[in-house]
Each structure stands twice: as C-alpha cells, then as structure tokens.
Design a protein around this ligand. Structure first.
Ligand code: HEM
Length: 403
C-alpha cells in the first residue's frame, strides 16, 4: 500500500485553465487518492488511470450510482424537489436503470439520429446566417449553445422560444449547491421549472404529438413503466444533457484547433476527417471531465489502495483519456487518431445514451463553422479564456471570436 501525502487543487480557475498536468501527476503518483471535495469537507476518492476508471464504470455491482438507496441518512436541500429531479436513469442501478434507459434509447439510435441530419444542418446554417453580417460573436452564447439546445427541445416538443429559461434552469441544476447559495432562490427556480413541465405534460396529454415527451407520458400512463417522479426526472436529465455537453464540446474543440494550427489546416483541407476529429476532441478535451460519483458497496483494492465500503469515488474521464498506458502520444491532438477508445462518453451500463446524437451535432456544428466562416479566430489570447467552475464539466464561460 502506498501512503499518500499530496493534495491536488481540483476546483480553481487555474486548475480549469489546464487540468492535464495535474491529472498526469495524479496518474503517476496517486492514481487512486482520497481528499476533500469542492466543499473542502466531504472526503471523496478520485481515480485517474484508464484501467481503474474503466473497472469502476463497468462494475456496477461494486460501484453503484443509486446513492439514495444505499445512504439512508442522505439529506438533500429540499427532498420533494430532489425526488422530482433525481429519479433518473443515471442515478439508478440494475433493473430500474435498464427499464428507464429502454424507454428512451430507441430515440437516440444511430439510424434515428441520422434522420435528424438535414434538420441539424438547417439549424447550423440558420445560426450562421444570423451572424454572417457581423464580424464577431461569442461562439458559446451565439452559436454553440443554440444548436444542441434547439435539437433537444424540438425532440421533446418544447417551444424553442423558451430556451433561455431552460438555459437558466439547466445552469442551476448543474452547479453544486454550497453553503453560500441562497436556498430559497434555488427552490423557487426549481419550482418554476417543475411547474413548466407540469403544464407541458398537461398540454401533451390533451393533445399528444410525435415527440419524446408524448411518448414518455404514454409510458407514465402505463403506470408500472414510469412513475410521475421518474417522468419529471427523465425530462430534467435529457434537457440538462442536451444543454451542457455538446455545447461545451464545440467550444473546447475550436480552442484545441487554434492551439494546434497544423491540425486545423488538415481538417479544413479534409472535412471528411470530421467524424474522426470529433472522437479526438472527446478524448483530448471532452466536455465531461468526471463521471458522476460512484458509491462503493464493499471494500475494494484499487490502484494500490483499499477503498472502503461506503466511500464515494469519482472516475476522472479526462485523465483516463490522456493515459499514456493506452494512448500513444496522449498530450498531442491528432485528428486522424484511430483507434481512439476515449472515455468522453463514459463506459459500461451508463455509457452516454445520447452519443450518436452528440457526434452528429458536433460534426455538423464544427464543419459548418469552418466552412462558412473559414477565417474564424479567437478575439483575444487563448490564455485569457475562463472555464466555468462546475467540477464535472469542462465548459468555457465565453469564447469571443472574430472573422
Ligand atoms: C458531447 C456531448 C456529450 C458528452 C461528452 C456526454 C457524456 C456522457 C457521459 C460521460 C455519460 C456517463 C456519465 C457517468 O457514467 O457518470 C453520459 C450519460 C448520459 N448522457 Fe451524455 N453526453 C453528451 C451528450 C448527450 C446528449 C446530447 C444526450 C441526450 C440528449 C445525452 C444523454 C445522456 C444520458 C441520458 C445519460 C445517462 C445514461 C445512463 O445512465 O444510462 N448525452 N453522457
């Protein structure tokens, strides 16, 4: 057993600006370690090597997600809201997880998603049309945000005019709740979100459409397939996943290309490389930095440490995707890299159900941007960019660009 002495800073702007040196040091010296989480108090374990991350994500008998079933003292800020938001597939194990995932997985198969291609292309073109007359924008707010958001809201049959409200709600949901936060404000925002969904469900019940919300309501009406809490939570998960992931990947990919002009030139000359390039963006600087906490159900040896029953462990996907034991020259961006078994979409039973959609969205968003605004470039030095302090995600606050 190794005795651990070091502590790594994992929650500051400096860390977020370039976390990869820290991850390399963790993989080398403390591949599995325990230290306080963002609140400075709760002790968490972190795993950074590919093999350990993969083992955790694949072994859901030992590393469970359903914390509520296992921690009886679990005490969320508002338990009623918690029930309505957190009864989703990513928080479930075993049969409950399978049942919930099966209800939506058909909507995200590669074939179903391919049929959305023309619509996604039209959205990308409209977004570029709306800024083409200017010579600057915030790539995050004016382009990257809209494309995946419009797609998921349309799939769910939610009016896209309401997208800014969803942006705010989604932000509130992913920011960890800390002692300094205003509990009343949080509760009132989440109540507004739930009221909105209530009204949406009533409208779809009265007049079902060809959308995913109507299909989920139908499953809820069948009773034993989806409870009311599960219905609300499923909608929340899909809305948040649609808002926080592909959006950030588009920004991270452009920054990666500007830092590697040879790769940018290669991709511009060969747009057919984009599907391989998207896999590399997911590996090199994907938008989900860490998988969600796993709850350890029995003492387990991992990376030379005994991780005890009851511990919470966080698999760091962004570190696994740079593991020198798996990837040749892992610190280099190579848009032709194959094979590329990156961890950007996770592994095991919770492997991203939206992966086929995310791939097509990223491919179209980036190809359209590079084709329609070929000399697009950052408006200021890349070193001035700031990332949001959300522990699980790698997401730029803003990305001012000119062309
Ligand atoms: C670049 C974009 C995306 C990335 C990097 C990403 C990444 C991930 C990752 C890493 C997980 C597993 C988390 C864990 O095991 O703790 C996951 C799960 C999930 N993702 Fe994505 N995602 C993306 C886009 C999407 C989209 C567009 C949707 C759908 C609208 C989606 C829906 C989901 C759902 C529902 C799960 C839970 C699956 C389960 O528990 O079985 N994701 N995603």
């Amino acid at each position: 057993m190794t005795s651990q002495k070091r502590k790594y800073e994992l929650y500051t702007h400096d860390f977020k600006a370039d976390p990869y040196d820290t991850f390399a040091a963790m993989r080398r010296d403390d591949p599995v370690l325990q230290q306080p989480g963002m609140d400075g108090q709760t002790m968490l374990w972190f795993a950074t090597r590919y093999a350990d991350v993969e083992r955790i994500l694949r072994d859901d008998k030992v590393f469970a997600r359903d914390l509520r079933r296992h921690i009886h003292s679990f005490d969320p800020p508002d338990s009623q809201i918690d029930q309505m938001l957190n009864n989703h597939m990513l928080n479930k194990d075993g049969d409950d997880h399978r049942r919930l995932r099966n209800l939506v997985s058909k909507a995200f198969t590669p074939a179903r998603v391919r049929a959305l291609r023309p619509r996604i292309q039209a959205i990308a073109d409209e977004l570029i049309d709306s800024v083409a007359g200017q010579n600057q924008m915030d790539l995050m707010a004016d382009y990257a945000f809209h494309l995946p958001t419009i797609v998921i809201l349309e799939m769910l049959g939610i009016p896209i005019a309401d997208r800014d409200r969803f942006k705010k709600w989604s932000n509130t949901i992913i920011m960890p709740f800390t002692a300094e936060d205003d509990l009343e404000q949080f509760i009132s925002e989440m109540q507004a979100f739930l009221m909105y969904l209530h009204a949406l469900f009533a409208a779809r019940r009265a007049d079902p459409g060809d959308d995913l919300t109507s299909a989920l309501i139908h499953a809820e009406e069948d009773g034993d397939r989806l409870s009311e809490q599960e219905l609300f939570s499923m909608m929340m998960l899909l809305i948040v996943a649609g808002h926080e992931t592909t959006v950030s990947l588009i920004g991270n990919a452009m920054v990666a290309l500007w830092r590697n002009p040879d790769q940018l030139a290669l991709l511009q000359a060969n747009p057919e490389l984009m599907p391989t390039a998207v896999e590399e963006f997911l590996r090199y600087d994907g938008s989900v930095e860490r998988a969600f906490n796993r709850f350890v159900l029995e003492d387990v040896e991992l990376g030379g440490q005994i991780v005890p029953q009851g511990a919470m462990i966080i698999p760091i996907l962004a570190s696994a995707s740079r593991d020198e034991a798996v990837f040749e020259n892992p610190e280099a961006l190579d848009v032709t890299r194959t094979p590329n078994p990156h961890m950007g979409f996770g592994k095991g039973v919770h492997y991203c159900v939206g992966a086929p959609l995310a791939r097509i969205e990223a491919e179209i968003a980036l190809n359209t941007l590079l084709h329609r605004l070929p000399n697009i470039r950052p408006a200021s030095a890349l070193t001035t960019l700031r990332y949001r302090l959300t522990p699980g995600f790698r997401s730029l606050e803003a990305l001012p660009v000119i062309w």
